[in-house]
Design a protein around this ligand. Structure first.
Ligand SMILES: CC(C)(COP(=O)(O)OP(=O)(O)OC[C@H]1O[C@@H](n2cnc3c(N)ncnc32)[C@H](O)[C@@H]1OP(=O)(O)O)[C@@H](O)C(=O)NCCC(=O)NCCS
Length: 392
């Protein structure tokens, strides 16, 4: 197989669904902006060099429907020869897109590709606009369709993850994010244009642009304050709005090029995808996924947990993140896990998340001068995904 190098990886801020700063900015605008910026910020690369865009999206319908991988790349101003596709593996969609894009280059099917992700949970709600579960299968297998929040409650109950531990984990995620934002650590974020429709004196609306620089769900929190919140998915449970990931709008893009193309154009490799693993698990406790996917990826790469410098483990819910960290014997490496906070503070824009965390992982590896980083997440329906990146 050929070498496939990452030459760029960036993201937009993540903004809260409906009440956040991207609530009037369509997903095509977020995706096309970050795609264009990824190319423009890569020295010696032009849109003409790009072959294809794989874009992860968990609910590819409505405003982010049709084929957003192609539509957004054309909106970005890429030449018409640049093809595009949408990839869906729910919360791992963006990671899947990067894995597929890398594999195309490794196979010799592409020279320069993009793996991206985009989700506007404002425009298309989780579950989609018109979910239609199979009538018989959903009766016999309801666990395939249950709310993600209930799966988080199941993990908390079955594996004894206390409310207090979940709230501590959530407050820590927020504290890390506050510190990182205030100290300019989110170097992977590109300030992104957002839009709002402002009513005019004559009753018409004017589309006005403003710039968003930060994830807007970051909120300094205390464990005592979080303890007062009511549970949201089960009256007798432990999962609250604060110890769950935020529902979020955002986009991210990573560019991958063959070694030959890097040499020809003078592109500077910043990393590479070493390996990627996906594993199925029980649907009604889908949050345990990383506990199986991370060892699978490590085995494929011939590495151990001790070799990893940065972990980006998606905080779908504190309960499942705590469980996975414990089962993976990673409690001794807490200072390497989600060093600038996770989805509890920064948001989880479903199909974008894998692409977003890749950009974050590479930025954080650079910050700590590390070599290997893991991006991992649980996936609705009962799966885990994990990718290992090497910084070059
Ligand atoms: C949990 C969830 C339903 C909460 O949604 P929401 O109600 O829109 O969340 P909000 O941010 O409005 O928070 C709800 C309340 O909790 C409070 N709250 C949230 N985080 C807080 C914090 N860190 N500190 C203090 N209060 C907090 C809010 O202030 C709000 O209170 P208010 O109603 O008095 O204003 C939603 O975030 C969710 O579904 N998350 C999981 C997404 C998911 O399943 N993803 C896929 C995973 S596989």
């Amino acid at each position: 197989m050929r070498d496939a190098y990452i030459v760029q990886s960036v993201r937009t801020p993540g903004c809260k669904q409906k009440r956040g700063l991207f609530n009037q900015t369509r997903p095509e605008e977020l995706a096309s902006f970050i795609m264009r910026e990824a190319v423009e910020r890569t020295p010696n690369l032009s849109p003409e060099d790009l072959d294809d865009v794989m874009l992860g999206c968990a609910f590819p319908e409505g405003e982010q429907g049709l084929n957003l991988g192609r539509i957004a790349n054309q909106m970005a101003g890429f030449p018409e020869k640049v093809s595009g596709a949408v990839v869906n593996r729910f919360c791992a969609s963006g990671l899947e897109a990067i894995a597929l894009a890398s594999a195309r280059v490794q196979m010799g099917w592409s020279e320069v590709t993009m793996g991206a992700g985009c989700e506007s949970m404002t425009f298309v709600p989780m579950g989609g606009n018109c979910p239609r579960p199979h009538p018989e299968f959903s009766k016999t297998n309801p666990e395939n369709y249950i709310s993600m929040g209930i799966t988080a409650e199941n993990v908390a109950q079955r594996y004894n993850v206390s409310r207090e531990d979940q709230d501590k984990f959530a407050a820590a995620s927020q504290a890390k994010a506050v510190a990182a934002r205030d100290n300019g650590k989110f170097t992977e974020i590109i300030p992104t244009p957002a839009f709002k429709f402002v009513v005019q004196a004559d009753g018409t609306y004017k589309k006005e642009q403003f710039i968003v620089e930060h994830d807007d769900g970051i909120r300094a929190s205390t464990v005592e304050g979080l303890a007062k919140l009511r549970t949201v998915f089960s009256a007798v449970g432990s999962v609250t709005a604060a110890n769950s990931s935020q529902t979020t709008d955002g986009a991210a893009a990573t560019i991958i090029a063959s070694k030959e193309k890097c040499d020809e154009l003078g592109l500077t490799p910043i990393g590479r995808l070493v390996t990627y693993a996906t594993v199925g698990c029980k649907s009604d406790e889908m949050g345990v996924g990383p506990r199986y996917a991370i060892p699978a990826a490590l085995k494929q790469a011939g590495l151990t947990i001790d070799d990893i410098d940065i972990y980006e483990i998606n905080e779908a819910f504190a309960s499942q993140a705590i469980y996975c960290i414990k089962e993976l014997d990673l409690e001794k490496y807490m200072e390497k896990i989600n060093i600038h906070g996770g989805a509890i503070a920064l948001g989880h824009p479903l199909g974008c998340t894998g692409a977003k965390l890749t950009a974050t992982c590479l930025a954080n590896l650079k910050e700590v001068n590390g070599r290997y980083g893991i991006v991992s997440m649980c996936i609705g329906g009962g799966m885990g995904a994990a990718a290992i990146f090497e910084r070059l």
